[in-house]
Design a protein around this ligand. Structure first.
Ligand code: PRP
Length: 180
């Protein structure tokens, strides 16, 4: 049964499983012969990252985390991104894959990508479960995308509204009366 604040389901647990497997297969192919650093962006990506990472069959894929915030507790991106936790490992001359739950305005990911390139990463690719291209404010594209969606407010499987709903096992569209 759906949470009472969720209007409709956008991606079921089964669909999530299938989508994550498809993305993992592509990553396994692309990085079969080179070491990778996987950087999860806290907190929204944790469920996706945990599922995706376990499907990677690479010899060397180090795991690290970053946290950045442009929303605070608001539903609107402020545009200015703040790094609240940086990576611990050295990415100099290494291939990096950023894992995110959602690419929206692009403010967060363009900032993080630039930040990792400035640290000397050989390459930085982006993997996102959801992409809202219509909302883009920065010219940034994902290299691996689970699902392209319209401008809907989605929650669940890590995605929150005001720190709620991250624990839902599926992804759903939040009722507009909750956030408006
Ligand atoms: C969300 C999401 C992305 C970002 C995407 O994070 O996880 O990092 O917003 O939006 P953008 O493309 O407009 O920058 P949020 O700041 O809400 O933090 P959270 O992951 O801890 O929920």
């Amino acid at each position: 049964m759906l949470h009472k604040d969720v209007f409709e389901q956008l991606m079921s647990e089964e669909e999530i499983e299938k989508t994550v497997s498809e993305i993992a297969a592509k990553i396994n192919e692309d990085y079969s012969d080179r070491p990778l650093v996987v950087v999860g962006v806290l907190k929204g990506s944790v469920m996706f990252l945990a599922d995706l990472y376990r499907k990677l069959e690479l010899d060397e894929c180090q795991l690290d985390f970053m946290a950045a915030s442009s929303y605070g507790s608001s539903a609107v991106s402020s545009g200015s991104v703040r790094i609240t936790k940086d990576i611990d490992c050295n990415v100099k001359e290494r291939d990096v894959l950023i894992v995110e739950d959602i690419l929206d305005t692009g403010n967060t990911l363009s900032f993080i990508k630039e930040h990792l390139l400035e640290k000397g990463a050989a390459s930085v690719r982006i993997c996102t479960l959801f992409d809202k291209p219509d909302r883009r404010k920065k010219p940034i594209k994902a290299d691996y995308t689970g699902k392209v969606i319209d401008d809907l407010f989605i929650v669940g499987y890590g995605l929150d509204y005001s720190e709620r709903y991250r624990n839902l096992p599926y992804v759903g569209v939040l009722r507009s009366e909750i956030y408006s």
